[in-house]
Design a protein around this ligand. Structure first.
Ligand code: MN
Length: 542
C-alpha cells in the first residue's frame, strides 16, 4: 500500500544513526518506485525487551511498510491504572520485526533483545489512517498478541527541548485489563521461550546496524540443535560406496548405496547421489525440524531414485531403530497405517532420507491433537495451461488478502510449478472448519480472476486451468514440507520465500535446488520462522 512519505524517507533517521559507509550494497529492500515490501499479513506489532544502556521495551507497530516505534522504559502493561512514559523513536525497518539476539556493543542500541510479544493489531479509530493518527499524537490500537490483548492508547504529551517526543502508553478498562499486571513478571520471549539473560548467553542472531536492513540480521548458528559438524560431514564423504555406519547428531546410522544416483541429471543439472542427498538432509534437518517435530511424517519414497516411480510409505517398519519417535494413530482403521515416524530430532530425518524418503510430508496437525490443524494451507495448483505469471498473479492476490486481513502467512515455492501459502493457526478449529475457511478465502480471491481458475474436481474437467485446492486441509492430507527436495532432475527444493520475492523477475517455482539451498539459508535464514509460535485465529470472512 503506497502512502506518503514512502518507506525510504521514513527510514532516513534510522539510517542517519547507522553507518552505511562500510558497504556499497543498496540500503535495504526499498526499491526506487515502491515502498518497502508490503506487509505479509497486514498489521503486525512486536514488543522487544531491549537491554541497552538502560532496560526498555520497544513497542513497534507496522504502519505503511515500516515499524513505527516507541521506547517504553517500564514496558506496556495490562493494568488500566498505569500510565507509562513512552518516547517516540525513529521508525525501524520491517526486517527488525522478528529480531532476537544481540547488537554489538558500541553500535546503536548495543545490548540484547528478545521478542517479548508479537501479534497483530488494528487501529480503533479508523477515521484517520494510522500514520496520520500518530502524526496527530494519538494512536488507539486493539492488540492481538500472546501477552498483550485489548485496547491500548498511545498519546503524545509534549516534547523536550531536544525535540524528543514524550508520550504515555496505557491500557483501557476492557475485558483484557488486569489490575497490577507487571510486564517484568512475564520475562520470556514469545519466539524462543528464553529470557534476555539466556539469549545473551547463547545468541542465535546478531543485528549489524551498519548493514542494510535486509542483510543486518546475521545467523550466528542454525536454529534448533545446530548444524552437523565438519567432522561429521567429512566422515560421510569417507564412507565407501556401499555405505557403513555414520555418526551424526549423536546417533549412529547405517547408511547404504551412497554413490547411487537418486536425482537424475539434465541439461542444466548434474545428477545427485544418495551421499549428497544425505549430506543435504543433515545440513537442512536443524532448519526443517520445527516444521516436522511433533507431527506424523508421510514419507514419499523413491528407493530407486527420482527417475523411477515413487510410492507413499507411512508405516514405520518394525526394524527401524528404537531411538526414533513413533506415534500410534488411535483412529487408524484396520489396514490403515498405525505407526508413524515423528521427526523429533535431526538424525531422524537423516534416517528417513537413507530409507529413500526423497519427499517429506508432515501432517498439519500434531500428534497430541491430530484432529486440529496448526496450519491452514493454500495450494495454488497450476493446470496444464497455467503460466508461471498466472501463478504469481494468484499468489499476489493472496498476499493482498492476508494484508487486508492482518494475518501472518508465508509463501513457498513447491519446487515444481506452484506456490503454497502457509497460515499458522492456534489449534482449536477442526479440519472441516479450516477447510471451509480456506475455501471461502480462495473463492473470494478467485472471483477476481475467474478466467485463471477452475473449481472442477477432476483434472480433465479443468480445461488446463489452475485450482486453489482447499481440500488439502484434511487429516492425513499433506503438502510437501518446507525444505523438502522434489523428485526431479537436480533435486529442486520446496523453498520458503519472502512475500516481496513474488515481485522478483528471477523467481522460479523450481529455481532452488539442493546444491544452492544451504547458501541461501546462510544468507536469508529461515523465512518460515515467524510462523512459529504465532497465536492467530481465523477471522470471519465477508
Ligand atoms: Mn531499543
Amino acid at each position: 500500500m503506497a502512502s506518503d512519505p514512502p518507506a525510504t524517507e521514513k527510514l532516513a533517521p534510522y539510517r542517519r544513526k547507522r553507518n552505511f559507509s562500510r558497504t556499497s550494497e543498496p540500503e535495504g529492500e526499498v526499491g526506487d518506485t515502491e515502498p518497502a515490501a508490503p506487509a505479509p499479513a497486514g498489521r503486525r506489532f512486536v514488543v522487544q525487551r531491549h537491554r541497552a544502556r538502560r532496560l526498555h521495551y520497544d513497542v513497534r507497530f507496522e504502519i505503511d511498510g515500516v515499524l513505527v516505534s516507541w521506547a517504553v522504559p517500564k514496558g506496556p502493561t495490562l493494568d488500566p491504572a498505569a500510565r507509562h512514559a513512552a518516547f517516540h523513536v525513529e521508525d525501524h525497518p520491517i526486517e527488525y520485526i522478528d529480531f532476537e539476539g544481540v547488537i554489538p556493543a558500541g553500535e546503536y542500541g548495543g545490548g540484547d533483545v528478545i521478542v517479548w510479544d508479537a501479534g497483530t493489531w488494528e487501529p480503533v479509530k479508523t477515521r484517520l489512517d494510522p500514520a496520520t493518527a500518530v502524526a496527530r499524537g494519538e494512536l488507539q490500537a486493539e492488540l492481538y498478541g500472546s501477552k498483550l490483548r485489548g485496547r491500548f492508547v498511545l498519546v503524545r504529551t509534549g516534547a523536550d527541548s531536544g525535540g524528543k517526543e514524550h508520550w504515555l502508553m496505557l491500557h483501557k478498562r476492557d475485558d483484557f485489563a488486569v489490575p497490577g499486571w507487571d510486564p517484568e513478571q512475564h520475562p520470556r520471549s514469545v519466539l524462543s521461550g528464553r529470557t534476555n539473560d539466556e539469549v545473551l548467553a547463547d545468541p542465535d542472531r546478531m543485528w549489524r546496524s551498519d548493514l542494510p536492513a535486509a542483510e543486518a540480521s546475521i545467523a550466528l548458528k542454525d536454529p534448533a540443535s545446530g548444524r552437523p559438524s565438519a567432522d561429521e560431514l567429512a566422515a560421510l564423504e569417507e564412507l565407501p560406496a556401499s555405505g557403513g555406519h555414520w555418526e551424526v547428531f549423536g546417533r549412529e546410522l547405517k547408511v547404504t548405496n551412497l554413490d547411487k544416483v537418486l536425482f537424475p541429471g539434465s541439461a542444466e543439472h548434474q545428477p545427485v547421489t544418495k551421499r549428497e542427498f544425505l549430506r543435504y538432509t543433515a545440513q537442512i534437518a536443524p532448519v526443517a525440524l520445527p516444521y516436522l517435530a511433533g507431527r506424523a511424517l508421510n514419507m514419499h519414497r523413491y528407493p530407486q531414485g527420482a527417475g523411477s516411480k515413487g510410492f507413499w510409505h507411512k508405516e514405520l517398519p518394525d526394524w527401524a531403530p528404537d531411538w526414533l519417535t513413533r506415534w500410534q494413530n488411535p483412529d487408524a482403521d484396520p489396514g490403515e497405517t498405525r505407526t508413524y515416524l515423528v521427526v523429533n530430532e535431526p538424525a531422524a530425518l537423516v534416517w528417513a532420507a537413507n530409507f529413500g524418503a526423497l519427499e517429506w510430508h508432515a501432517w498439519t496437525s500434531m500428534v497430541d491433537r491430530p484432529q486440529q490443524p496448526s496450519y491452514a494451507l493454500i495450494d495454488i495448483d497450476p493446470g496444464g495451461s497455467t503460466s508461471w505469471q498466472d501463478v504469481l498473479v494468484l499468489a499476489r492476490l493472496h498476499r493482498t488478502a492476508f494484508e487486508h486481513l492482518g494475518m501472518l502467512a508465508r509463501p513457498k515455492v513447491t519446487g515444481r510449478r506452484g506456490i503454497q501459502i502457509w497460515v499458522p493457526i492456534t489449534r482449536g478449529p477442526s479440519f472441516a472448519e479450516t477447510r471451509r475457511w480456506v475455501e471461502q478465502l480462495s473463492k473470494t480471491v478467485g472471483a477476481v480472476v475467474p478466467e485463471l481458475l477452475s473449481w472442477k474436481w477432476e483434472v480433465r474437467d479443468r480445461a488446463g486451468k489452475a485450482r486453489l485446492d482447499y481440500t488439502q486441509n484434511a487429516i492425513n492430507k499433506t503438502l510437501v514440507a518446507p525444505y523438502s527436495a522434489r523428485p526431479a532432475p537436480g533435486a529442486p527444493v520446496s523453498m520458503p520465500i519472502g512475500w516481496e520475492e513474488l515481485d522478483d523477475p528471477e523467481l522460479r517455482p523450481d529455481g532452488f535446488a539442493l546444491r544452492t539451498v544451504p547458501q541461501r539459508i546462510a544468507e536469508k535464514g529461515d523465512l518460515f520462522r515467524p510462523l512459529l509460535g504465532t497465536d492467530q485465529t481465523l477471522p470471519r470472512l465477508g
